[in-house]
Design a protein around this ligand. Structure first.
Ligand code: HEM
Length: 449
């Protein structure tokens, strides 16, 4: 018999529970639940939301082994078109073996070595921005981050094939973002699109692997590591690992960058302070990876953007056995949701939580923040494997953009968020205005020459 009570939560509809309220406005619904019912909210018979950083830490760090990321029913769902062989979709011993196998590709020296590429690809993109001509920065950043991640993973640009990869990612995100899913064998329009996209993705990835095999590259990049496995990986394993790495590595980064430029365009004062730092540190030249430790305000801008619009807006674990959290009973089989969106905007941890204030990351008080009050990359053993690469990209790309352009939101554009697998910004159109660059060095063409 449980000794602790069940947590409070909204009653919802007698048949559909809280499903409709959640799918209509997931961000608003979860926030209201946490503010109204507290740190543990019962959203349904088998669904809880945890809002307190200590509870989030307990579940993600999982010291007692009570929780799993991929429960059996979730694994079944993923096997329907969701890359089931990938490390990120694995659990237990199988996950640990795969994670140890791919981890060396994310060693700091390879991440740092990628920095110069990040800068030259960004400068190349910025060369195509015309004064005052609106840019869909989400599209720009998607293409850029896709190019970066594919060079990082297998040392190949996928520019020509990027459309196919991006289409597959989009189709999968639409399918998995929907609370209603039909079995894969049903020819619904989404399933048909998904199957086509997956087939195209297979062809593109097979081409990349073939070319890579013909031209053996650095064994330390992801593909080199995967191909050097003692027990050769099956085609499916190879595809699933590459596809999920590309997906998780490019979509989230593109979202974070587009949200950052949206926020900067709405805060001219922040832009001015950012440029002051760039002028001081860079003195007119483009950034280099060695500048990162001195770009403290730039990093604060990125962290604040990740606080307000964390691309990972929710994740979950499942309780394997009965346990207690925050004084409430958790039956085995309960899904425990933790939401960056909810906790990152909690007024107990952030003064004026809705305000964009990068300065807060430079203040002394931020050191008092509970560890899991900011967790855009998750935490515990399943911490994002690409977190260092992502931070390096976000800081360097933001420095490149802000050094060359003042960003203004295009008149009349209405920006909304689409909480799918990641939190996508919709409708961010930016007018770039070239800045007079200190020292007269303004074009990357000169720098690359
Ligand atoms: C701003 C960019 C990014 C954000 C916000 C982000 C966020 C996250 C989060 C929150 C998790 C953990 C999910 C959970 O615990 O349920 C995760 C896992 C993961 N991320 Fe990222 N990520 C980013 C960039 C990247 C990059 C650049 C890569 C690779 C190139 C990557 C690859 C992965 C992988 C493979 C996992 C699964 C790790 C595991 O299950 O052990 N991510 N990411």
């Amino acid at each position: 018999m449980p000794t602790a009570p069940l947590p409070p939560g909204p009653q919802g509809h007698f048949i559909t529970g809280n499903l409709v309220a959640f799918s209509e406005d997931p961000l608003g619904f979860l926030t209201r639940c946490a503010r109204e019912y507290g740190d543990v909210v019962r959203l349904g018979k088998t669904n809880y939301l945890l809002a307190h950083p200590e509870l989030i830490e307990k579940v993600l760090v999982n010291g007692e082994g009570h929780f799993v990321k991929i429960a059996a029913h979730e694994a079944r769902k993923r096997s329907q078109g969701g890359f089931p062989e990938a490390m990120m979709n694995s659990e237990g011993e199988d996950w640990l073996r795969k994670r140890r196998f791919v981890q060396p590709a994310f060693h700091r020296k390879y991440v740092n070595a990628c920095g110069q590429k990040v800068i030259s690809l960004t400068e190349h993109l910025l060369d195509s921005w015309r004064p005052g001509q609106p840019r869909d920065v989400y599209v720009d950043m998607s293409e850029l981050s896709l190019d970066i991640v594919s060079r990082f993973l297998f040392n190949t640009p996928v520019n020509d094939e990027a459309r196919h990869v991006a289409a597959a990612v989009d189709a999968i995100m639409r399918l998995t973002g929907s609370p209603f899913r039909f079995p894969m064998w049903l020819p619904t329009p989404t399933n048909v699109r998904l199957r086509r996209s997956l087939a195209r993705l297979d062809t593109v990835l097979a081409g990349i692997v073939r070319r890579y095999r013909e031209r053996p590259g650095e064994p330390q990049d992801m593909l080199g590591i995967l191909l050097s496995a003692e027990q050769p990986l099956s085609e499916e394993q190879l595809r699933d690992e590459l596809a999920t790495m590309i997906m998780s590595g490019h979509e989230t980064t593109a979202d974070a960058l587009a949200w950052t430029y949206y926020l900067l365009s709405r805060h001219p004062d922040t832009q001015a302070r950012l440029v002051a730092e760039l002028d001081e540190v860079l003195d007119g030249r483009p950034p280099s990876p060695e500048d990162i430790p001195r770009l403290r305000y730039t990093e604060a801008v990125v962290k604040e953007s990740l606080r307000l619009y964390s691309p990972a807006w929710i994740t979950s674990r499942e309780a394997l056995r009965d346990c207690e959290l925050g004084g409430f009973h958790v039956p085995a089989g309960t899904t425990l949701g933790v939401s960056q969106w909810v906790t990152h905007r909690d007024p107990r941890y952030y003064e004026e939580p809705e305000a964009f204030r990068p300065e807060r990351w430079l203040s002394e008080t931020i050191k008092q923040l509970p560890k899991y009050a900011w967790f855009p990359f998750g935490g515990g053993p399943r911490l994002c494997i690409g977190a260092s690469l992502a931070m390096l990209e976000l800081v360097l790309i933001t420095a490149c953009v802000a050094r060359r352009f003042r960003l203004e939101l295009a008149p009349g554009c209405e920006v909304t968020s689409r909480p799918a697998l990641a939190l996508q910004p919709v409708g961010v159109r930016i007018l770039p205005h070239p800045r007079p660059v200190r020292g007269g060095v303004s074009s990357s063409r000169q720098e690359r020459a």
